[in-house]
Design a protein around this ligand. Structure first.
Ligand code: S3P
Length: 438
């Protein structure tokens, strides 16, 4: 049975225990794509971006930047951002709709805090329920004037631009979005801004801004930033490891698989899932072959093999937080117990991923237990089922790869949620399993 997507029914039907084989370049990394658009708008002049992420989240950032005065177009397959520098940002005439994208809202809050006009950031129901106090509070300490619902802990956020001053801030959670917001506020602030993370988190902002000549310096877990701006650039966005992780797990758990994911972002802060899979007994090989804009790039080969349970905890967690849905599926097909600890952040993602994974793994028929800060998965015999995305792209893709590894057909309801990060996922799964026309 091949993949069958019915737009009207918003359902994916998948099964057949189809091995994955061949080479694939996944769409451009979502985190790098957001940053490329924003940094292009902050720079003076024209930036050309190829392989920009294709998801709705990245499009939301582009639309919001256009509302703020940036000119974004396309030319011969590249997205062109004509930036007028940070002083070129203009007051938007309407609410800025970040849709489902936490990165758009939190990161742009840092830019808008220092712009001398009024702006309102809002989003869909899921985003309006996600915590914003973590970004509002330190921005206020820098002099920002931000309000919002429930004591400015929830969007919509109303931002009145003000003069910012640098500060030293120790983040209570390792959040790359908050770190980035403070760095972008720091580029506009008087004096130095210092952001200290409790554990490593994705570091694209630091790598890219430093490569683009902005005054950003990294010292261990501390990022220091002074007033300045990036220069315009050309960038071929490497593939998204968080998207690749679904195919990596799909190949690991489906006998007969052998795939290579090409031109993938290999920042050590993003490929933690490769190490987790290796610990689980997966046959994985990561080869870094170059660098673009400060970002290591390489390829990932995965062949199917028997898996065993593992423990994911402590400082490893921020580096695999988006890959927990994929890794939970690996755990469901592994022998023994997998435990995820210190991952309470899962609760405030696009869905409450502790709750939604617990529910969906339960439908797979494997033993799963939800804990306050993670999950316990007792791998074993999984069965086909009737799954739900809960409106969360990564839950949708996780259940699709579980379903692909099983003989009988399963359904994934709410499939359109994949549009947030990877609208072409079903097509690419089809290509790797050889069952599509492509
Ligand atoms: C992101 C940071 C992470 C990640 C999200 C993208 C980014 O969120 O989960 O998908 O691009 O900076 P947190 O900053 O909340 O950890």
């Amino acid at each position: 049975m091949s993949v069958d997507v019915s737009d009207l029914a918003d359902v994916l039907v998948v099964g057949g225990a189809r091995p994955l084989r061949g080479r694939l370049r996944v769409p451009g990394d979502k985190s790098i794509s957001h940053r490329a658009l924003i940094f292009g708008a902050l720079a003076q002049g024209s930036s050309a971006i190829t392989n920009l992420g294709t998801g709705a989240d990245v499009r939301a950032t582009a639309r919001v930047l256009a509302q703020l005065g940036a000119t974004i177009g396309s030319e011969g397959g590249a997205v062109i951002v004509d930036g007028a520098g940070i002083e070129g940002f203009t007051e938007p005439g309407a609410v800025l709709d970040c849709e489902n994208s936490g990165t758009t809202m939190r990161v742009l809050a840092g830019v808008l805090a220092g712009r001398m006009f009024l702006s309102v950031l809002s989003g869909d129901a899921s985003l309006r329920a996600r915590p914003m106090g973590r970004v509002v509070e330190p921005l206020r300490a820098m002099g920002a004037d931000i309000d919002g619902r429930e004591g400015a802990t929830l969007a919509p956020l109303v931002i009145r631009g003000s003069t910012l001053r640098g500060l030293r801030h120790e983040l209570p959670v390792a959040s790359a979005q908050v770190k980035t917001a403070l760095v972008l506020a720091g580029l506009q602030a008087d004096g130095e801004t210092e952001v200290v993370s409790p554990a490593p988190s994705r570091d694209h902002t630091e790598r890219m801004l430093a490569a683009l000549g902005a005054p950003v310096v990294v010292d261990g877990l501390t990022v220091r930033v002074a007033r300045g701006a990036p220069r315009s650039f050309e960038l071929d966005v490497p593939g998204d490891p968080s998207s690749a992780a679904f195919f990596a797990v799909a190949a690991a758990i489906t006998p007969g698989s052998d795939i290579v994911i090409e031109s993938m972002s290999c920042s050590p802060t993003r490929v933690g899932f490769v190490e987790v899979l290796r610990r689980m007994g997966a046959d994985v090989e990561l080869t870094v072959s170059g660098e673009v804009c400060g970002e290591p790039v390489g390829e990932l080969r995965v062949r199917s093999s028997a898996l065993v349970g593992t423990m994911i905890a402590g400082d490893e967690v921020p580096g695999v937080i988006d890959e927990i849905p994929a890794l939970a599926v690996a755990a469901a097909f592994a022998d023994g117990v997998t435990e995820v600890r210190d991952a309470a952040e899962l609760v405030v993602k696009e869905s409450n991923r502790i709750g939604t994974l617990h529910t969906e793994l339960g439908k797979l028929g494997v033993g799963a237990e939800a804990r306050g800060d993670g999950l316990v998965v007792r791998g074993g015999r999984a069965n086909a089922g009737d799954f739900s995305s809960h409106g969360d792209h990564r839950i949708a893709m996780a259940m699709a790869i579980a379903a692909n590894a099983l003989e009988a057909d399963s359904t994934v309801h709410g499939w359109s949620a994949v549009a947030s990060s990877y609208p072409e996922f079903a097509r690419d799964l089809d290509q790797l399993t050889g069952s599509g026309a492509s």
